[in-house]
Design a binder for this molecule. Structure first.
Ligand SMILES: Nc1ncnc2c1ncn2[C@@H]1O[C@H](COP(=O)(O)OP(=O)(O)OP(=O)(O)O)[C@@H](O)[C@H]1O
Length: 325
């Protein structure tokens, strides 16, 4: 399967009155066509900033200061804003957000908003695009006659997320980025929305990046998992192996905080908290919270290396390969 996305050494900072937040510290991500990648980690670890960077939606006070984002072989960081808008964003890739109601435009009916997305994608008139809206709404389980003329504030959270999904998938993207798509919804609706996404992604054969706090949800939905901590990618593995053989002490902590594997719950089980990214810890950013920390961890940032086939970890414990036991 061919490579769709390749992110190398991506560095993003935010200029704030407190100082410079080093939000992404040279991360690496990749995704093949039709593959589903989960990005997990505690709040503030850089999941959303990674997604927004791929969409080229980082705005001041944020700045991408280094790295490469190859999408279908083109470095999108080198494209002009117009090229990005005309050829990539909303055409080849689209995104759904945590708060669907605030992500929709409050002053337009959802039928019109979906028509606009389709018109942009297909370079057709809004009138022609409008004719395709009923199919898009029905595809996400919304009765089109009842929903096409509603404004975002007239939708429930679940309906609004369905409308967002209709908009995002109406353009038939190669890559769908879903940033915590269910965390603002109640539990029964969460399961329905994930199931809907699962079905539609199978039909559309698009690749997905799913951002979530929930390792259980990520491993059920995704082929591969990237674990982030404090602006770094610290482990990458396929979804089964990350549970069967987690390597990084942080990933082990995330897993031990899930009482039943596969159960959906907020990750809370690691003592301490994510560091302030204005002045992150020296060496490995996880070292102050790590039970296995030794001198080298305080001094030298560990590189991400492939320790088992397809299984990468950034941890000095594995500098000489995987230890038994
Ligand atoms: N607009 C902004 N201005 C200043 N700092 C920002 C901004 N957006 C993100 N950051 C900082 O970048 C870092 C990474 O944030 P990010 O939103 O990517 O985390 P996250 O893992 O998605 O967290 P969450 O799960 O809470 O959404 C954090 O330290 C955050 O405070």
């Amino acid at each position: 399967m061919s490579r769709l996305l390749d992110v190398e050494n991506l560095r993003v900072i935010f200029h704030t009155y407190r100082g410079t937040i080093k939000a992404l510290n040279g991360i690496r991500l990749w995704l093949n066509e039709e593959e589903r990648l989960g990005i997990v980690g505690e709040t503030g670890c850089g999941k959303s900033v990674s997604a927004l960077s791929v969409m080229r939606l980082i705005e001041a006070p944020g700045e991408i200061i280094d790295g490469q984002i190859l999408f279908e072989g083109n470095d999108i960081l080198k494209l002009s804003e117009e090229e990005m808008d005309r050829h990539i964003r909303g055409k080849r890739m689209s995104m759904i957000f945590q708060e669907p109601i605030s992500a929709l435009n409050p002053v337009f009916k959802i039928g019109f908003q979906i028509a606009e997305a389709i018109a942009h994608r297909k370079d057709i008139s809004i009138g022609d695009a409008y004719k395709l809206v009923p199919e898009s709404l029905e595809m996400v389980g919304l009765d089109w006659k009842r929903s096409i003329d509603l404004y975002p504030h007239e939708l429930s959270g679940g309906m609004a997320q369905r409308a967002m999904i209709a908009m995002a998938l109406a353009i038939k993207p190669k890559l769908l980025i879903a940033d915590e798509p269910t965390s603002a919804l109640d539990v029964t609706i969460q399961a329905q929305i994930l199931q809907l996404l699962d079905e539609l992604v199978k039909i559309g054969k698009n690749a997905v990046i799913l951002i979530t706090h929930d390792l259980g949800v990520a491993s059920e939905f995704c082929d591969r998992i990237t674990v982030m901590y404090a602006g770094n990618v610290i482990e990458i593995s396929n979804s089964e192996e990350i549970f069967d053989e987690p390597l990084h002490p942080y990933t082990k902590g995330l897993i031990s905080s899930i009482p039943i594997i596969g159960a959906s719950r907020e990750l809370t089980g690691i003592p301490g908290s994510v560091p302030d990214l204005v002045s992150p810890p020296s060496g490995c950013r996880f070292h102050p919270r790590c039970d296995f920390c030794f001198d080298r961890c305080r001094m030298e940032p560990p590189a991400l290396s492939e320790i088992l086939p397809g299984h990468f970890v950034a941890c000095h414990l594995y500098s000489d390969g995987v230890k038994e036991g």
